[in-house]
Design a protein around this ligand. Structure first.
Ligand code: GFB
Length: 399
């Protein structure tokens, strides 16, 4: 048996070794607030920020996810690794959890007196008295979620830096070199951005980074257990129905836009596969039932050994459980939803379904689509292609 002193010595050595492994990165760090939108938007931005950090050869500080709860004035910050694993990201590039960076490295790398916030140009404060024409500022902590986000780790800024006209597209120009020349790591150890250094929707070139974003053990296990214990044995189709009131309003922008939110995922980034139309955003209940039945029939014909036994519905508002159950009752297919609202578990399950039908315009659907693409799992979009185009293509095939 180990003597107590030796035991304590070994434990201390282990702890100190783990601490020592967190060496300062001489190439510097990059941090940002995921201050725009909810999860789908933040995930798009995350992939772009990861690519940007890699191009600048800086360690990416993994920000907490920003969440909004009904009736709460301040956003909640949820540690990055609650939902996703850190390790698979390291296969692509150096990353560190924000909590680890702040507790173990910030004092040395980023002392409180040297914290500068980066924005493209001056951001006016909502409080007029804070706007000084002689001292333009990023006002990085002004408003929600800006203030609550940085407050989570007690971060205040002493100065602002305007980086315009630089931008974040590192795939089509020597932009990364410009950043490195303007902001060398020895003088600027941490670049802290007021918003994500990335575009929305995610740039085409960065979509494939999704493969490094893998669910945490907690969500992987929960998804597996749901599929194993609640759904009947056999194949299942995952549906995403985005139909809350915010979505109804957002869909009104269809008429004056070429693209909306995640729509390039089906229309193509240059509209090479078509233009927006209302059903793409808000398919009718009848269209949903029709397309679901058609998909089930197709699976039956093409994969007779893996018959669809159930449908899993994820939704922000109306899951259409009664309508779908009635429509599929004669096929002996059951329809399910989670007993309680959980956007992350919904997504993790959608990622695992045998087939998936999502909303082309929703960045929440886009997350599931990218994850499935990484595994070569099939996905489709509601009302896409357009009914008319689909019929023409079918006639063409038959000729
Ligand atoms: O993720 P998100 O940016 O996707 O925002 P969209 C939608 C949020 O609604 C999700 C909830 O983060 C979830 O909190 N939600 C959506 C869901 N679908 C589901 C679901 O199937 N299950 C559960 N449990 N929750 C757009 C934004 O949302 O909506 C725009 O991109 C804008 O910024 C617009 O706000 C109105 O892309 O769908």
């Amino acid at each position: 048996m180990l003597c107590p002193n030796l035991f304590i010595y070994l434990i201390l050595t282990l702890i100190l070794t783990a601490e020592a492994q967190l060496e300062r990165d001489p190439n510097g760090y990059l941090t940002y607030c995921p201050c725009m939108g909810r999860f789908g938007n933040q995930a798009d931005h995350f992939l772009g920020s990861l690519a940007f950090a890699k191009a600048l050869n800086r360690t990416l500080i993994l920000p907490p996810w920003v969440e909004y709860r009904k009736g709460e004035m301040r956003s909640r910050q949820v540690s990055f690794d609650t939902y996703f694993q850190v390790q698979p990201l390291l296969d692509y590039h150096r990353v560190i959890l924000m909590s680890d960076f702040m507790s173990k490295l910030a004092e040395d790398v980023w002392p409180a007196t040297e914290r500068v916030s980066f924005c493209y140009m001056e951001r006016k404060s909502l409080q007029q008295e804070k706007n000084d024409p002689d001292a333009p500022n990023c006002h990085a902590k002004d408003g929600n979620p800006f203030g609550p986000f940085w407050d989570t780790h007690n971060i205040d800024f002493v100065r602002s830096e305007f980086y315009g006209p630089l931008h974040f597209d590192v795939h089509h120009s020597a932009m990364a070199t410009k950043w490195m020349n303007n902001y060398p790591a020895d003088k600027w150890p941490v670049l802290a951005f007021t918003g994500a250094p990335a575009s929305f929707p995610v740039q085409l070139e960065n979509r494939e980074l999704q493969k490094h974003l893998q669910w945490s053990r907690k969500y992987n296990v929960a998804a597996q257990e749901y599929i194993r214990n609640v759904l009947p044995r056999g194949a299942f189709i995952g549906l995403h129905l985005r139909n809350g009131i915010d979505w109804v309003r957002a869909c009104e922008h269809i008429k004056d836009s070429q693209q909306l939110f995640a729509s390039p995922q089906c229309l193509g980034y240059k509209n090479e596969r078509g233009h927006l139309y209302p059903d793409l955003c808000m398919p009718s209940k009848e269209a949903i039932v029709r397309q679901l039945k058609r998909t089930i029939k197709n699976v039956r014909q093409t994969q007779p050994k893996n018959e669809v036994k159930s449908v899993f519905v994820a939704s922000d508002a109306n899951h259409m459980i009664a309508e779908l159950t009635a429509a599929l009752s004669r096929m002996d297919i059951s329809v399910h939803k989670l007993p309680e609202d959980d956007p992350y578990l919904d997504l993790a399950i959608l990622g695992q379904s045998n087939h998936f039908i999502g909303n082309c315009i929703s960045s929440y659907s886009a997350f599931a689509k990218r994850e499935r693409d990484a595994h070569d799992f099939p996905s489709y979009f509601w009302s896409f292609p357009k009914e008319k185009d689909r019929q023409q293509a079918k006639m063409h095939e038959e000729l």
